[in-house]
Design a protein around this ligand. Structure first.
Ligand SMILES: NC(=O)c1ccc[n+]([C@@H]2O[C@H](COP(=O)([O-])OP(=O)(O)OC[C@H]3O[C@@H](n4cnc5c(N)ncnc54)[C@H](OP(=O)(O)O)[C@@H]3O)[C@@H](O)[C@H]2O)c1
Length: 352
């Protein structure tokens, strides 16, 4: 167990800060990093009325972490941290990241501010102007399974969205194998309510129990992110159809993806083998046996993404089902996986 008392004396530890520490993703980051043998949490901040001990906000951290959570003070964060996680709403991250990067700090941003390379698309889906185009250019999309080499050298990570992580991992092997029609990709996605963030959940509390509903049908802001990443692995520009839903569960995402086989006459290879080869070195992707499909209970509380595949050559259809924990592989777990890659820790450190 690590106890944090400033001044910190452990010289070889990586000093890490979390801005947005009181949110869902921030809370998960603290829990994971407390298990990390190479990391010290040295700064916690949020939009908070008055400074409070983090263990008063989250009693699970009592006797584990004695830090005070206060409003973010960029100069203090710079003084205390080597790397900073931004677990903030979009637009707030791009107000803070430039100063941290300018001071030579590394940043892992969990918001959408550095994910979309085309600022016009960002502005259309997030309804606000992009204010940090300079750093947007250098940001690396933090999906380890596809961009590990770039992540290793990055200063700024755009941690992927929760829905995009499952969708991209579920579809890319088929694009690389050139098997599917890129104009017919339909994603039916269901998420636990924590995907919306703590404040939004408080607003909708009464709606959540015993309910299931679709929202932002085919206009959700994660759709262009999925298109952007999939297009890099396809011959043409990919444009998915995406329908998200809210489940009456706190956490977990399950995405059922319907795809059309490009040439129904061509013999499709064993897709489970294809996926297993594609992800053979990946510590956090599990490809299920034929006839088995993901269940949330097997991924919630873990950093795994589970994928099940069904192909029907007669109908010319492939169905891929991907499941993950939106707060772990879809957010904070993936963010720590990126930290591990950036600093040369074994990738699974603090995540298993
Ligand atoms: N939830 C998920 O499943 C998930 C998955 C992937 C990515 N993400 C992304 O991760 C980010 C955080 O998500 P979340 O679900 O943790 O959201 P959240 O529960 O709403 O937490 C947001 C955090 O940001 C703080 N904050 C808000 N405005 C601030 C400001 N101006 N200055 C300083 N702190 C501020 C909040 O402080 P107070 O609580 O004190 O107001 C809170 O700590 C979002 O961009 C989200 O899109 C979330």
């Amino acid at each position: 167990m690590k106890f944090h008392k400033l001044p910190i004396t452990e010289k070889n530890m990586l000093n890490v800060g979390i801005v947005g520490a009181t949110g869902y993703a921030g809370e998960e980051l603290i829990a994971i990093l407390l298990r990390h043998p190479g990391v010290l949490i040295t700064s916690l901040s949020a939009q908070i009325d008055k400074p409070r001990k983090i263990s008063e906000i989250f009693s699970q951290f009592k006797n584990k972490l004695n830090l005070i959570c206060a409003l973010p003070d960029k100069s203090e964060i710079i003084l205390k941290c080597d790397l900073v996680f931004l677990a903030l709403p979009h637009t707030v991250s791009m107000e803070i990241a430039p100063k941290l990067l300018g001071a030579g700090k590394k940043v892992i941003d969990l918001s959408a501010d550095y994910r979309l390379k085309d600022t016009k698309v960002y502005e259309r889906f997030y309804k606000t102007r992009h204010k940090d185009k300079a750093h947007l250019r250098e940001a690396v999309y933090g999906l380890p399974e596809l961009y590990r080499v770039k992540i290793k050298k990055a200063r700024l990570i755009a941690n992927p969205g929760c829905y995009p992580t499952g969708a991209i991992l579920g579809i890319v092997p088929l694009l690389v194998a050139n098997i599917i029609d890129v104009d017919s990709i339909f994603i039916d996605a269901k998420s636990g309510f924590s995907g919306a963030g703590r404040e939004a959940v408080a607003r909708q509390e009464k709606e959540i129990l015993n309910n299931l509903w679709a929202y932002k049908v085919n206009i959700h802001q994660h759709m262009p992110e999925i298109d952007q990443e999939l297009s890099k692995f396809a011959d043409g520009k990919v444009s998915v159809t995406f329908v998200p839903h809210i489940l009456p569960l706190k956490r977990g995402i399950l995405e059922t993806i319907y795809l059309k086989i490009q040439n129904p006459k061509s013999k499709i290879q064993n897709l489970i083998d294809l996926y297993r080869k594609f992800y053979k070195k990946e510590p956090f992707v599990r490809i299920l046996d034929e006839g088995s499909f993901p269940q949330l209970k097997n991924v919630v509380g873990t950093n795994f993404c589970e994928i099940g595949i069904h192909a029907d050559a007669k109908k010319g259809v492939i169905i891929v089902i991907a499941a993950l924990d939106n707060l772990l592989k879809g957010a904070s777990g993936e963010a720590v996986q990126n930290l591990n890659i950036m600093y040369g820790f074994p990738e699974y450190t603090a995540l298993v």
